[in-house]
Design a protein around this ligand. Sequence first.
Ligand SMILES: [Zn+2]
Length: 234
Amino acid sequence: MHLICHALLDVLYPPLCQGCGLRVRAGDFLCPACLAELLPLPLTRAQSSAHIASLACACDATMMLVGWEYENGSVIERCIHTMKYRQLHRAGEWLGRLLGERLIGTCLLEGDPLLLPVPLHPLKRIERGYNQAEHLCRGLAAECGLEWESRLLLRQRYTSSQSASRLDRDERQANVRDAFMADQARAVELGARPLLLVDDLVTTGATIGACSDVLISSGFTDVRILAVARPPRH
Ligand SMILES: [Zn+2]
């Protein structure tokens, strides 16, 4: 029955490349030509230091890696848009797997960190129907053999959408300040585990910086950051 449903869905909604619109294999979101257009960023310790140093806010994260360079109109922009706004949340899991394949064996995964999706406010989650960062985490967890969880870090304030509104750097920081909190009981249960915060697009780093501050204040000493994409100039 499951297979019949999938076959029927493929006929009604054929899987199309999110880059160019060509038909792709079921379960894929990019054709080989568009995959080759992605601009992978290095996944090294040196690159990690460069990412942290270029965040707009001081951030005590121990490592930060980013999958691909983000340009307006690029293939990765279309993938992120698909995952966030077109209700194709399976695209998030697929993107998580694609990134996970490249992360195996890198410094970021040393000590098997616990994956933490950057949370959405519960109201925004209802509006969208899902949190795209959770879908990224599902793909990463499956590919890299890691666990993920969504009970530790919570969003307590509804903030306006940063990608939709054109806030400047200071406004973005003010927009996310105090937006997050950690569940203290859960923090105690998790002890000193390394954590890996996962977000789709990082520009100034205000959001992930606020998240890592909250986690470090809750006693975690090794908080790492992973983003799918980042623009070269921020
Ligand atoms: Zn394509």
